[in-house]
Write a protein that binds this ligand. Structure first.
Ligand code: C2E
Ligand code: MG
Ligand code: MG
Length: 537
């Protein structure tokens, strides 16, 4: 099980594997994203086109109906009421006057006369599809694919006028599969005027209450035109085209693949760089490029040094310093941090063992990483070193951060074991994590170190200026010691002291010192002189 987990973990350190993973992930994301964008685009175009086509159709129909009604009014207004040559001439004149009138006719009980020699198409005896107060309407009066056949006929009294299919479509092309329909009787009856017959399944109230002319369903676009008579609506229906892969996407495909390959390449470079830093760090430990410095901790009232915090430094062969904020998180990820903690413990006892033996009240605190807290190993390493150097356990304290307490149950057990043998346990950077008062009560802890951010805010109007006093009072109520980190100004030291904080650490007093400087500080009498002590680095 553990072997399988290790193999799995090891894959995540292989640049090629990570690069491929990143490339595949980014390719999938890019392709899915571009497909979505392309589909949206197609749908928008489709709706825009349908709206434009619908509006053009509406304009043409208004013009056409206007002429048909006007021509009927003219015929109704003239006095002739019998089928004779004069009537035929009048009908022909009307058909000549009105561009959209293809055929005009008069019918009475016995005869029918028309502006054109009689054709089979005009269903003059068929009852109208729509009977209005003034005009009657005959729809779909022919199914023959003849542009000159009447598609629509209007009647008033004994007169009839018809328009041809060509007049309806000469301005607006019906796309394949589209139709112009008239919807009647609250949507229960549908008569096609032009185009293919359509399946009309009524799913909701008709006419719809929405103001939008265009309705988009998964398979069709339905454009509803307003009509003067609410009894019927003219509707344009088109099948949707947006369900297939849009052509634009085929162009985005190679672009996405190139981008994904680029992301993979970047990840490859990053992992390689990280691994080389990894390898450098391993070399650094071996070559002794790591150093331990000691930042003194002072009693704020007496300004006596009571101890120090051990801080790691990585000095490269070229003399440059790499900040622990950079290499510690990396060492935590790769597991090299265990080696580093052991190094700090060993080096500190080698350098300061004698000083600690000579000053039994002095202590040094060591930062622990999350993985150090999760196993009892540190206790064992420490015990061996303390015996070797004859130093008391209470002279070594351990700092853990709130973030380091991943599994609280395990951490609590290991920290308690350290306290049981005499070590002190401190919570570092307190206030930046999630520790509440209730939670804190359950932890085996001796001291809180207030994070520098809250010390910086002291005396300012910032919202966080009240955090430090709050932590201090909380610690006092739990009988915990408090150390203030990152004191840079006398005013901060004075304020903290007046709040009851006994200990502090910061550049006001001293930077991190080499072991030699720290020993000198203690042997000189632990007192601060006027001159601030400076980092050996
Ligand atoms: P930390 O444990 O909170 O250490 C305090 C940091 O604040 C140190 O930075 C120290 O130099 C800095 N500091 C102290 N006083 C002042 C001040 O007055 N002003 C300012 N601006 N900074 C101040 P450093 O040494 O760079 O360490 C950074 C962090 O790296 C430490 O934060 C700690 O989390 C980690 N670290 C350092 N050494 C070790 C180590 O041996 N083991 C582990 N696990 N972590 C370490
Ligand atoms: Mg610390
Ligand atoms: Mg800190």
């Amino acid at each position: 099980m553990a072997a399988a987990r290790d193999t799995f973990r090891s894959w995540f350190y292989r640049p090629w594997f990570l690069a491929m993973l990143a490339a595949v992930l980014s390719a999938s994301l890019l392709l899915a994203g571009s497909y979505f964008v392309a589909i949206q685009q197609v749908e928008q175009n489709e709706s825009r086109e349908m709206n434009a086509q619908g509006a053009r159709f509406l304009a043409r129909l208004e013009q056409l109906f206007g002429q048909l009604r006007e021509s009927l009014d003219d015929l109704e207004a003239q006095p002739l009421r019998t089928c004779n040559d004069e009537m035929i001439a009048t009908l022909q004149q009307v058909s000549f006057n009105y561009r959209f009138v293809y055929d005009a006719a008069y019918m009475d009980a016995t005869r029918i006369c028309s502006s054109r020699p009689r054709q089979d198409g005009l269903p003059l005896t068929r009852p109208p599809d729509i009977r209005g107060p003034t005009y009657s309407y005959w729809l779909n009066t022919t199914t023959e694919p003849d542009e000159n056949r009447a598609a629509l006929m209007l009647g008033r009294g004994n007169f009839r006028v018809a328009t041809s299919r060509g007049h309806l479509t000469d301005m607006v092309d019906l796309s394949p599969g589209s139709s112009l329909l008239v919807v009647l009787d609250h949507g229960t009856r549908v008569i096609p005027v032009l185009g293919a017959s359509q399946v009309w399944s009524l799913t909701e109230q008709w006419p719809p209450t929405t103001r939008e002319a265009l309705q988009v369903t998964p398979s069709r676009l339905i454009y509803r035109m307003p009509t003067a008579n609410p009894e019927f609506q003219l509707v344009l229906i088109s099948p949707r085209t947006g369900n297939h892969i849009p052509p634009m996407w085929w162009w985005l495909l190679p672009v996405s693949l190139v981008l994904a390959a680029f992301v993979g390449f970047l990840v490859f470079l990053l992992v390689r760089q990280r691994q080389s830093l990894d390898a450098e760090l391993t070399g650094a430990i071996r070559r002794g490029e790591l150093q331990v410095l000691y930042q003194p901790i002072f009693d704020l009232d007496s300004r006596n040094c009571v101890g120090a915090e051990a801080l790691l430094r990585w000095r490269r062969p070229d003399g440059s310093l790499t900040s622990p904020d950079l290499f510690i998180p990396m060492a935590e990820n790769t597991g090299q941090i265990r080696q580093m903690t052991d190094f700090v413990l060993q080096r500190l006892l080698e350098q300061l063992g004698q000083l600690l033996r000579a000053n039994p009240q002095l202590y040094i605190s060591v930062n622990l990483a999350a993985c150090d807290v999760m196993v009892p190993r540190i206790g064992q390493v420490m015990a061996r070193l303390l015996t070797l150097h004859r130093v008391a356990a209470r002279q070594i304290a351990f700092e853990v951060t709130e973030r380091g307490l991943i599994d609280v149950e395990v951490a609590r057990e290991n920290l308690q074991a350290l306290r049981d043998v005499g070590h002190q346990v401190l919570i570092d950077d307190f206030g930046t994590g999630y520790c509440s008062l209730a939670y804190l009560q359950t932890l085996p802890v001796d001291c809180l170190k207030i994070d520098k951010a809250f010390i910086d805010a002291l005396g300012h109007d910032a919202a966080s200026s009240g955090v430090a006093p709050h932590i201090i009072h909380m610690a006092q109520s739990l009988h915990l010691k408090v150390i203030a980190e990152g004191i840079e100004h006398e005013s901060q030291a004075a304020l903290l002291s007046s709040e009851g904080v006994k200990f502090g650490q910061g550049w006001l007093f001293a930077h991190a010192l080499s072991s030699v400087q720290f020993i000198e500080l203690i042997t000189r009498g632990r007192r601060l002189t006027k001159r601030r002590l400076d980092d050996e680095a």
